[in-house]
Design a protein around this ligand. Sequence first.
Ligand code: HEM
Length: 548
Amino acid sequence: MANGLLGELQQLAGGLTVGQVVLFILAAGFVLLVVDYTRVLLLRRKMPPGPFPLPIIGNIHLLPERKPWIYFEQLAKEYNSPVITFWMGRRPNVWLNDAQSASDLFDKRATTFSSRPRMVVFGELAFGQSSLVSMYYGDRFRVHRKLTHMGIGLQQVRGYQQLQSDENKVVLYDLLTDSENYVAHLERYAASVVSIIGFGRRISTVTDPIITEVIFLMQRAAEHNVPGNSFPMIMESFPILAKFPRWMAPWMKNMGKPRAKNFFYALAEEAAHSDEGKDNYAKKLFELAPKYNLSEMELSTLSGSLFGAGSDTSSSTLITFLLACCAFPGVLPKAWEELDRVVGSHRSPNFEDEPNLPYVKAFAKEVLRWRSVAIIGGQPHAPIQDEVYKGWLIPKNTWTQGNVWAIHRNEENFPDPDRFQPERFLKDSPHHNPFPNERGYMTFGWGRRVCAGQALAEQGTFISVARLLWAFNIRKALDELGNEIPVDIFDYTDGLNIRPNPFKCRITPRNAEIKATIEREGKEALDNLSIYNGETKFRISTYHLENQ
Ligand code: HEM
């Protein structure tokens, strides 16, 4: 067949020999390579500094296997520039390693910097332009943001305080009897909150398949979703690898083609048509589908992204909180003093206490800063036109990523950054430092792309941190000899959303009165939440088999 093709080419080439045709093809390939590499080098001269790119592979040979955010932080120091360029193959990626540049570009130039670049693995091979997370800036993006705000926007989230508060009281109640399993209880809590909002159904046990299957799947996806030089992410550098038919491409073996009528669509449809009359986001979406011309795929991503974006992130943040308590026990007494003074033992703190709990509020903010879960700010941004910043060119559609790890460890904004220090967020404290935005952190991203669930996540983090601090003494676990087992504040997972690797900790009620309050409030909360009890008939593990 190859000979046939060469023969045809030979005919076209007017009687050249096969050898000459091969030589011609090689020469043409070489010329293309030279032209392309010249383009890269010329562009490189105009762009922010960074390592010298090689032909075809750019800088990907330099990329570490794990936690590239640490490497980019070092590169910024090496080049003495917070903004650097790193070539993923023939495509430049720009990394913003300080708060000022992220604010200047993503916030102040939000009208041009709020698109996404071309994404192969988590874009074209996944839900592409049907999902808000990977959608380009434009009219459809605005429709999706509007619909997402209808579900979890600032106006809505106050209405979710009661259910969030109740689910949170259940966590305290569960931790009284099963504190070793704290990760599962926090995951249940976070998933249950978004499940009630999205589908009108609570997740009552840690063995519910939504936890065991869906969250697991989301975590696996996040593990892969980090710039890398192995499969699948290498396809971002060489998109041509994604064009092969799947039978010829073993690297895409486990990447199923997304279906419109998928598991999340089924969950949403079930919730929308349930006759229990409970309000939920899926119901709203199905009602609005004709008005906004929503496809089945869009219905699935709009409702499913609550789980995708909202459960692992929220629970990981609370696991980080527990790690901080174990590693920095000195910060607890100050929080207890405030909570005992303002709240006492006979009730737990609630949302109305927030203005009177400045230290606890600062504590929650420091949790969000100290080890931010979305360590590279989630998905990349991209400008919709060529941009010039400090004399450097950032061409249209350039993959531009905020390195939250580096931003939140910048000594100028956060001296001694690995120290957990709530005082950083108290305006009158000598430890308070200026920051380009009012919140004092960039945990939720930027500009028009800022996390759509930020208000829900912030209010959930505050109430969870306040309650856990009020309820428990959280300490390092003890070994058989009664010695404290040390914790490692750098021992985190490697994915897009980070969380501490498993560690043991002791979570014990602070006193008998508090314990009694936790029990009483826990039972009341379960009673309040019983209206959301119910089972879905779908299982992600069997859904596609049953619906071939
Ligand atoms: C501590 C918890 C959370 C953190 C740290 C977090 C962080 C982020 C970040 C960094 C982004 C990307 C922003 C950007 O591109 O500039 C994002 C996007 C998003 N988040 Fe969150 N998130 C959290 C919780 C939630 C929750 C609870 C929900 C919903 C229930 C949610 C829904 C979304 C959605 C839909 C997007 C995509 C927005 C877009 O592309 O336009 N997130 N989040």
